[in-house]
Each structure stands twice: as C-alpha cells, then as structure tokens.
Design a protein around this ligand. Sequence first.
Ligand code: OSB
Ligand code: MG
Length: 375
Amino acid sequence: MHIERVELITVRMPLIHPFTTSFSTQTERRPLLIRVTASGQSGTVTGWGECVALAEPFYSPEYLEGAREILRRFLVPALFDWQAAGRPVAAATVGSAIEHVVGHRMAKGALEMAILDAELRLQNRSFAAHLGVTRASVPSGVSVGIEKSVPDLLAQVGDFVAQGYVRIKLKIKPGWDLEPVKAVRERFGDIGLQVDANTAYRLSDAHLLRRLDPFDLLLIEQPLGEEDLRQHAHLARLVSTPICLDESIVSAQSAADAIALGAASVINIKPGRVGGYLEAARIHDLALAHGVAVWCGGMLETGIGRAANAALAGLPGFTLPGDISGSDRFYANDITEPIVMKDGEVAIPSTPGFGVEPLPAALADMTVHTLDLTS
Ligand code: OSB
Ligand code: MG
C-alpha cells in the first residue's frame, strides 16, 4: 500500500446535553479525524481514523492540540520516512514505524486506524471479517453523566431505559455516589447497572465504596488513580463489587500487570487509549485467556469510532455490553450516517473497512481546522 496523502481534520460537534464526569463538564466534542489517501493494486481509497483525545488533558495526558502537533511533527513524517525507505506500509507495520516516539497512544492509534481502514478497503474486506467476528450486532450500553439532581438523573436514565439500552453506567464522584445509585436501583429494579469514578476516590474511601456492595452493580470502573494498580488490588479485597480498570490500562503490558496483581477482574478496552485496534485485540486475547471479562469503552466517538468499536466488541471475550450507544445519545447530527441502537443492539457494519465515512455536507459544516501533511 502506498500512502499518497494524510490530512488532519478537526471537527466541532455540539452535545445535545452536557456530559459531566468527575473530571469535567463537556458541552461539545472536537474529534480529530485523519483522512488517508492510499493506493494499491486494486486502486485508490480513502481511509478514516478518529483520535479519541479530549480537548483537555483531564482524562488522559493527551489532548486535542497535543495530538495534532505530535501527528504533524513526528508521527506522520515518520510514516512517510518509513515509506520512502522502501519499507512496507500496512496497519501491522505502523506501530514499528512510529515506535521511537514515546507515549502518545491516542495519536498513534488514530493513525493506525486510518491506515487499517484504507488497507481493508483496498482488500474489499470489513473490519469484522478481518477480526473473524461473525455476529451481526452487539448489545448497547449507555454512559450517563453526573446530573444536577437525582430527579434529573432519574429522568435521563428513564429515557435511556425506555429506548431499550440494556445497561446503564452512572458516573460517580465523592458526594454523588450512594444516593444516585440507590435511587436508580430502586426506580428501575433489575437493570444492568454499573458505575464509573474516573479516578475520583482513594483507597482510604474503601469503607464508602463498600456501601455500594448491596446494589448488585456489574462493576465499579476506575475508582482509584491511573497508577494505583496495587491499591486497586487491595481495594478488590475490601469490596464485593468487581473492580474494572479504564485509565490504568494503556497497553497489553499494563493489562498483564493488572491481571497478575489482581487489580482488575474486568477490563474496559478503549482502542484509542491503548494505541489502536490491534493492541485492543491483543488485550482482548490476553484477558480471554485469563478469564477476565472485557467490554468496549467509549470516548464520545463520531460514527467512525462507534462503527469500529461495534466490530471489535463482536469478539468473544466482550461479554459485557459496551459504551456503544446510538449517535443520537450524544449528537443531533453525527458526521456519518447515524449509528442506530435498535432493540438494545448496535449493528456491526459488514461493508469494507470500518464501513462508514463522513457525509461530505456534514464534514464541510463541522470542520474547524484542517492540515494537509502530504510530503
Ligand atoms: O471514563 O469511560 C470514561 C467519555 C469520555 C472520557 C472518559 C469516559 C467516557 C465515557 C463514555 O464514560 C462515554 C461514551 O462514549 O459513551
Ligand atoms: Mg471510564
């Protein structure tokens, strides 16, 4: 495959409702898209990648402008250098071409994603077929932010339950935990319910987190800090709710360490956070071999990331519903044809690559910044 052109396109997408977590309130999303033009024996194609870095470095060290800068200055030039040296360009070699850049996994993952989409389109093969996924759809869960009041939260959750979402995840933080969980459990009975703290607690809060035990939650996601693997292992012995890690899992290596330490009995796999879909699949395989359940997390993706996540979540180890909701959970207008949740499931695309692409009019309308990095 020959890379003809690489463009970085930043789009602005207003959220239909503010999304509040323990680390921020978001009212819009500014995804960074990568458009790769590539040619091969079967012709010329366009591949799309999406960088999950948020606008601010409050969830992860990476953030929008930083990711754009790393791609512009280091990652994309390294890929062109690799190609100019006569080395093969493919999704499987992108990692080697950019290995000398330390960290920046979200930016790296987005570049690999665009190359993977282009490669699969040249092969006329869907991402699902590439993964060996045969199911047609995956169960759809929804992540619900911190609301101004418990009645507001109950209204939001009630709306999602009525729409058919099969699992509800509540964002929690100290001061917004027991009360909302209790209220949702009492109002909605036996629904699949889990919570996400985004690192807002300390091990010394174990007595408090233990009070969530009676509510039969599927899991508690990332209660402690990103680097607190041993403390998560300790906490797991003090509470009965299964501990799931999100922020702490940045690679197959850190997943292996977390599993070995007993720090996670469940793993949230976010392809962007771990450097791309190839590493995400490796973490899936590792967790499956260890009997650790995984599910696919979300980063308020556009239809591009949503479609790719749905295919990944078709792998057999994804035994819990993911944060793969319909586009309309966050956006009045997605940049692609909207991803639809129907009867509690989201369809896995079967057309080549990730199976979706931006609609030209939506892209023109939402683009706020473009960079052409063609060398
Ligand atoms: O911790 O899972 C998280 C969104 C942005 C940053 C971090 C997280 C989230 C979510 C998922 O909760 C939202 C979604 O895409 O459905
Ligand atoms: Mg999380």
